[in-house]
Design a protein around this ligand. Structure first.
Ligand code: TNX
Length: 498
């Protein structure tokens, strides 16, 4: 252990995202075979979080931890979860106190307890190495900076199984993300069964990008993903990309095409050539049927309708399409989200714009309409961009994004014209033209994902690349243990031991 490192080592180990406030506490606390997890009263939501903590700690304590309900003072040596009233913590915040005889985790809502549990997990796995099951005394008060901490997975170019998506959800949850945006349709594939238009999945689902995986989720499988995400405080945001990026749909139903002729399935990587027919009534019946089924399966309040790169519709046609689409989404009781391009048409209040390219133009338009925005600037937040010229996977049209650049930016500074209170947060995006397997996914996502988590959660003033990269190195050691295929970028001291 070198003294230089100790100076750099922050209190409370190597937490990512970095908490709002950390003070020294009275610990250390050690797990023993008798450690119990205590919850206040019968509450299924807190009980489930208690059970999740028990599962996390089981390998460290040697035996599964008991979860018990207790109304009086918690027994010595226990880990106690409770909800109360903590005005400073908000809906997602938590307070964690680690003392020698008690770990006390408090929050206003079960969601806050869930995030506190992720912190406890990190303290045990990347904290000081005093022995297994030992954590230092600490008091943490923590809550997120942004309410939108998202990641997008493109399952349209390359399909990922329910198991794979659950794996991705576990990665997100560990870093306190709260939105999973699933890109369910594109030219190359349609990934969800729609009972009223079954060929979308049966035919459109058989396509993929060249060399990629095809497939689709049954409605039950989609619901399984949604429920799994929900158990980890993550809201699924489904996207059907409209009116462009629709070859898979057009290939499945000839009548949706302008000339009534279905194109073949498409496995290339060009964009912008396909479109639904804005002049046809059937187009809107189709869109309404699809979104109605999707909305019914989706408990979250959002529907993402794409809207990007509709290069084969004129601006007039695009505007007609959007003016018909918005009341459909509103009728379903959902909040509409679209990529930056939608800001160029009149938007209903409450619509959310996801900025990705042309920040200057699209963000300005969104700001002028007074709508809220999610920041996904491609040159910072696109996890499909290569790290450097020798990265095997990925694309480079938005630039090379090394780990430092993925971390060193701020959603509030992407465009000066967007008022702070309109910035919902950040979303990191993984397009899958070149991604096939979970190992591929992991290599593009790790370590950049941890940086987006910190951008979304931690106060700006607590963030510094110079210090962050040491915390990241500690996480690399956890990823190694979990066999995550992360990219060992040169700017992080992976080998340095705490
Ligand atoms: C642009 S980002 C796209 C996607 C591609 C991606 C590749 C956006 C809204 N559209 O269709 O997959 O670039 O990086």
């Amino acid at each position: 252990m070198n003294s230089n490192y100790l100076q750099r080592q922050p209190l409370a180990g190597n937490l990512i995202p970095k908490p709002v406030r950390v003070e020294k506490g009275k610990g250390p606390f050690s797990l023993t075979p008798k450690t119990e997890i205590v919850i206040p009263a019968e509450s299924p939501a807190i009980g489930e979080i208690g059970a999740q903590l028990a599962a996390i700690l089981a390998p460290l304590g040697g035996t599964p931890l008991k979860v018990s309900v207790c109304s009086g003072p918690p027994p010595e040596g226990s880990i106690c979860l409770n909800t109360g009233s903590y005005p400073q913590l908000g809906a997602e915040g938590y307070r964690l106190e680690v003392g020698p005889n008690l770990v006390s985790l408090s929050a206003n809502e079960p969601g806050g307890l869930f995030y506190g549990v992720q912190t406890i997990k990190q303290l045990f796995s990347s904290g000081p190495k005093g022995g297994p099951g030992l954590i230092e005394g600490v008091i943490i008060e923590d809550f997120p900076r942004f309410s939108w901490r998202g990641a997008m997975l493109d399952v349209a170019r390359n399909f990922f199984s329910v198991q794979d998506v659950k794996g991705f959800i576990r990665y997100l949850a560990a870093y306190k993300f709260n939105r999973l945006h699933l890109h369910l349709s594109n030219d190359q594939g349609w990934r969800i069964m729609i009972n009223s238009w079954p060929n979308l999945a049966l035919h459109g689902g058989s396509g993929a990008v060249s060399g990629g995986r095809s497939g689709y989720y049954s409605q039950e499988e989609y619901s399984e993903i949604v429920a799994y995400a929900q158990s980890k405080q993550i809201i699924v945001v489904p996207e059907i990309d409209l009116p462009g990026h629709t070859t898979a749909a057009l290939a499945s139903y000839p009548e949706l095409n302008r000339k009534g002729i279905a194109p073949p399935l498409y496995s290339g990587t060009e964009v912008g050539f396909s479109s639904l027919a804005p002049e046809k009534d059937l187009t809107y019946r189709f869109v309404s049927d699809v979104l109605e089924e999707l909305a019914a399966l989706t408990p979250g309040p959002y529907l993402h309708v794409g809207g990007d790169e509709a290069l084969s519709t004129t601006p007039e046609e695009y505007e007609i399409f959007m003016s018909q689409l918005q009341p459909i989404v509103a009728r379903l009781g959902k909040t509409m989200i679209g990529w930056g391009e939608i800001a160029h048409t009149p938007l209903q209040a409450g619509t959310i714009v996801q900025i990705w390219r042309r920040e200057e133009i699209d963000a300005k338009k969104a700001a002028a309409q007074g709508v809220q925005v999610i920041m996904s600037p491609a040159y910072r937040a696109y996890m499909d961009m290569k790290y450097n010229e020798s990265t095997k996977l990925g694309l480079s049209w938005a630039g090379l994004i090394k780990v430092e650049d993925a971390y060193n930016w701020d959603p509030a500074e992407v465009h000066a014209l967007v008022p702070q209170n309109k910035i919902l947060g950040v979303e990191a995006v993984l397009w899958t033209e070149t991604i096939r397997t979970m190992a591929d996914l992991e290599n593009m996502v790790f370590p950049r994902l941890a940086g987006y988590a910190e951008i979304g959660w931690s106060p700006r003033k607590n963030r510094s690349w110079e210090e962050y990269r040491y915390r990241l190195a500690a996480h690399g050691r956890s990823w190694e243990k979990e066999n995550i295929n992360f990219y060992r970028c040169p700017e992080v001291p992976w080998g340095e031991q705490v």
